[in-house]
Design a protein around this ligand. Structure first.
Ligand SMILES: [Zn+2]
Length: 417
């Protein structure tokens, strides 16, 4: 795939990494810039609602096997049969409204359910002084699971009535299945204000639900970028996150040239705005690196891998190993014919692994590369001990192709009849 025929040093195994999974809760916590609200208010009401969903990046259960498994987690909160019935009926309403695109099955065992529902009588369990709260965990581009937490009593202490509970649960289910934003109209179940006993799933709710569940995610992201840029600014975190999401989808489809411009725009914003151990930033960093690498833009890939290596060495959770990162950096330097920097990286790699894993393949690889470099420059005497030390390690790693090459090369050049 990415073999360099000149010196047989194949890194293809390293190029075959995809995007890491992210497991974080929803993105609704992004604070809106003060200037955004007047701009939002200028939009038609439905668009105000939709941009709220759009800015969270369109996650859904559309690829999940149906029915979705719903687990009612036992809790110490007392829940009347009326409230339980209201809860069940809220799920039924969504099944009907979605024309059975989504079906739900209540399961008795907590075995990796799609949706967990828990009642609580502790107002402190629910954020923002609300009656209910929904969190979801996303993996790649879908929701992998959602958790709905519901308060059994109103904030003033009175018990929930069944009709209100039903409306509340319908609202939280909306979040749980991907309507990750609020409407500004009291006629919608996703209204961000006070729900009523009579609140119901509106035409707008359904319209956006259907849009999310029928339109390819990259189209949704791409189509909504202009409006988000207008509201939040093209260098805002919200826009950069959606650009990064888009880039990741294109990377996964191996459409690297489409991914690159979005990753390139997203990365500096996140570099500036987010802490360096932020999962979003780290994902965007690897997304950009992956696009550049696959487009053979090693001048741009290199700084990304160097940043990743620096963070990895600080203990930040980077999904590539230190060895993989060094190898990629060396390859980038090699491709750019930056010999000094390549040697610098190899020497650093060698001494790093000499301390941390002296008998490991990482150190062998660095020494073999250094030795081979000397050999190519006619420095056979300098090459020999390096290649020998590498081969000694590789002898114990028989599965490595590069190791076999190294051993054969050493035998043919430095030993022999
Ligand atoms: Zn809500």
């Amino acid at each position: 795939m990415f073999c360099k025929s000149r010196i047989i040093l194949c890194l293809s195994a390293l190029a075959a990494f995809g995007s890491p999974a992210i497991a974080v809760s929803n993105d609704q916590d992004d604070t809106l810039p003060a200037a955004a609200m007047p701009l939002i208010k200028q939009l038609p009401e439905e668009d105000q609602y939709f941009q709220n969903i759009a800015r969270s990046g369109f996650y859904s259960f559309k690829n999940a096997p149906q029915p979705l498994r719903v687990y009612l987690k036992p809790s110490s909160a007392k829940v009347s049969p009326e409230l339980q019935a209201a809860l069940q009926s809220a799920f039924d309403v969504w099944t009907k409204a979605s024309k059975e695109r989504l079906k739900f099955q209540f399961v008795k065992v907590d075995n990796d359910p799609d949706i967990t529902v828990v009642w609580t009588n502790n107002p402190g369990d629910i954020k923002e002084g609300k009656q209910g709260y929904t969190d979801f965990v996303k993996t790649k581009d879908d929701i992998s699971k959602s958790k709905i937490t519901l308060l059994t009593n109103r904030r003033n202490g009175t018990p929930l009535t069944a009709p209100f509970a039903k409306a509340l649960v319908m609202h939280e289910i909306g979040h749980a299945i991907g309507l990750n934003g609020h409407s500004y109209s009291s006629g919608d179940i996703m209204f961000g204000g006070r729900l009523e006993d009579t609140s119901h799933i509106s035409a707008s709710d359904l319209k956006f639900f259907n849009k999310i569940y029928t339109t390819p995610r990259e189209e949704l992201l791409k189509d909504t970028l202009p409006v988000l840029e207008k509201i939040y600014g093209s260098d805002s975190l919200i826009v950069s996150k959606n650009m990064a999401r888009l880039a990741r989808i294109y990377n996964n489809k191996k459409q690297f040239a489409l991914a690159e411009p979005y990753a390139e725009k997203a990365l500096p914003v996140q570099e500036k705005e987010l802490p360096e151990n932020d999962k979003n930033y780290l994902t965007t960093l690897s997304t950009a690196a992956f696009a550049y690498w696959n487009l053979n833009k090693f001048d741009k890939a290199c700084p990304c891998y160097e940043t990743m290596l620096r963070l990895k060495r600080k203990g930040v959770d980077i999904y590539l190993t230190e060895e993989q990162l060094y190898r990629n950096i060396v390859r980038c330097r090699e491709e750019q014919k930056q010999t000094d920097k390549m040697l610098e990286a190899l020497n650093e790699m060698q001494s790093t692994f000499e301390k941390s894993n002296p008998q490991g393949e990482g150190r062998a690889w660095a020494m073999a590369k250094l030795g081979y470099f000397e050999f190519q420059n006619g420095q056979k005497e300098k090459a020999k001990p390096l290649m020998k030390a590498a081969c000694d390690i590789y002898t114990r790693v028989p599965s490595s192709k590069f190791g076999s090459w190294c051993i054969n090369f050493y035998k043919s050049q430095f030993t022999g009849p």
